[in-house]
Design a protein around this ligand. Structure first.
Ligand SMILES: NC(=O)c1ccc[n+]([C@@H]2O[C@H](COP(=O)([O-])OP(=O)(O)OC[C@H]3O[C@@H](n4cnc5c(N)ncnc54)[C@H](O)[C@@H]3O)[C@@H](O)[C@H]2O)c1
Length: 434
């Protein structure tokens, strides 16, 4: 069991982490390449200001030591948390110099270490960095093997400066990205007193989660600001509007709609986005985020078309699910119809199946936007017999016999087979977001 922890990189994340881990009872050795920082810390002075950190440092100083030697830090510990910086380069890409340098030096130290050691990165790193850069570097410089000689996890940090100590002990979630059971168990033990959900997932999803969180926060800020500014043009108090918006935990602030899948459609979302945008245009103001909502939605339909073009055999497809969502015959703004139109324009013959929709219904709604004949709507049995099956998600009551789908190209745009491993694992199963 882990008792001694090294923290590599003593910035905001590393310093707060060091003090909090010491408070939890661990012996902590903090390491940084910046000797002026380490000198200050050795004298009991903090190189940064963070609310409450000075007091916490004084309280736990008997459990803390500092060094500039990574070898010493590794040798004196059972596990290290790597918290080095990952700043932006001039072109916006992530500078992984410090991440790689730390991996090289930890690797060197592991060479002569006679125990199973745990390396845990907390720095924010782009998807695939663990698998393609960190683990190979650790293996190369240690001459040892991941999961045989050492464990590894990517464990993103969610603390915010200003409330970092509170956030360390009360994270919104604990994400442990690893494929190594032993590393997962050690981290779960370290975090067991924290009152939140612990999620163990593979590296790349954990890496992506951290980016998604921050991008979502950025979108939320943009969204609230654009809505607030638009609201003001109509004499509405943007703060009050967003306060009410946030009170709705059922549809607005919830997992609802936050499931990657196919484009949205229907009679409300596209209409209301268009409606507000047209009002905003009249006010002669710019709302680029809101303006990009519908183009983004349509580009998802195009991506579905490209997926089908890339993998379909022949130029014939059947779209299963034509309504804009399950349990309705409403085809208004249905992404299935826009997808069909894209496919027709690319020279495909398109058939349709939907238990609640017929060709007449589509013609009534879409007029001459799309050419759909009665005979293009076929039975479920005939549909499943076709080679290229496109599932939009608006028809979910599918035959359960998985053998029916073998040797078919399955385009699962909205996850109707997401929870059926026998179908998801077929070589001819294609999805857009997983
Ligand atoms: N600051 C935050 O609020 C916050 C929150 C969550 C995640 N993060 C992420 O955590 C990481 C660290 O952020 P930060 O704000 O603490 O960075 P920081 O720049 O304050 O600190 C990084 C430290 O790493 C040291 N360092 C660089 N290379 C080293 C090496 N090879 N060995 C040892 N030390 C080395 C630097 O000298 C510096 O002291 C980043 O990836 C960041 O995106 C930051």
């Amino acid at each position: 069991m882990v008792k001694n922890i090294a923290v590599i990189g003593l910035g905001y994340v590393g310093l707060v982490g060091s003090a909090c881990l010491a408070k939890m009872g661990y012996n902590v050795i903090g390491m940084d390449i910046d000797s002026s920082k380490v000198d200050m810390l050795k004298k009991g002075k903090l190189p940064i200001y963070e609310e409450g950190l000075d007091e916490l440092f004084q309280e736990v100083k008997s459990k803390l030591e500092f060094t500039t030697s990574i070898d010493e830090a590794v040798k004196k510990s059972d596990l290290c948390f790597v918290c080095v910086g990952t700043p932006s380069k001039k072109d916006g890409s992530v500078d992984l110099t410090y991440v790689e340098q730390a991996a090289k030096e930890i690797g060197e130290s592991l060479k002569s270490l006679d125990k199973y050691y745990y390396v845990v990165y907390r720095s924010t790193i782009p998807p695939t960095t663990s698998q393609e850069l960190i683990i190979p570097t650790l293996e190369k410089y240690s001459n040892k093997k991941y999961q045989k000689d050492f464990g590894y996890a990517f464990n993103p940090e969610f603390l915010r400066e200003g409330s970092a100590i509170y956030d360390f002990f009360n994270p919104p979630k604990t994400v442990i990205g690893t494929t190594d059971e032993k590393t997962a168990q050690e981290l779960l033990e370290i975090y067991k007193s924290m009152p939140n959900e612990k999620i163990v997932i593979p590296f790349v999803e954990a890496e992506m989660v951290k980016y998604v969180d921050n991008i979502w926060h950025a979108i939320k800020v943009d969204f609230a600001n654009e809505i607030g500014y638009a609201a003001k043009q109509f004499g509405a108090d943007g703060r009050l509007v967003m306060d009410v918006f946030c009170k709705d935990r059922k549809l607005n602030i919830s997992p609802t709609y936050l499931k990657p899948g196919f484009a949205f459609g229907g009679s409300c979302l596209p209409k209301d986005v268009k409606g507000l945008l047209s009002l905003i245009k009249k006010k002669n103001i710019e709302e680029p985020l809101l303006e990009s909502v519908l183009p983004s939605n349509y580009s998802h339909i195009k991506k579905a078309k490209h997926l089908i073009e890339e993998h379909a055999e022949g130029k014939e497809v059947v779209i299963l699910g034509v309504a804009f969502k399950p349990g309705t015959d409403d085809v208004r703004e249905s992404p299935a119809i826009y997808l069909a139109k894209e496919l027709l324009d690319s020279g495909f013959k398109v058939y349709y199946f939907d238990p609640l929709v017929n060709a007449e219904k589509v013609r009534k709604t879409f007029g001459d936007f799309i050419d759909i004949k009665d005979e293009d709507f076929i039975s479920l049995e005939n549909a499943i017999n076709k080679k290229n099956l496109v599932f939009t998600g608006s028809f979910t009551n599918l035959p359960k016999d998985t053998s029916l789908y073998k040797n078919k190209n399955i385009f699962d745009l909205n996850g109707v087979f997401y929870d059926i491993p026998e179908i998801r694992s077929l070589e001819t199963y294609y999805a857009l977001c997983w």
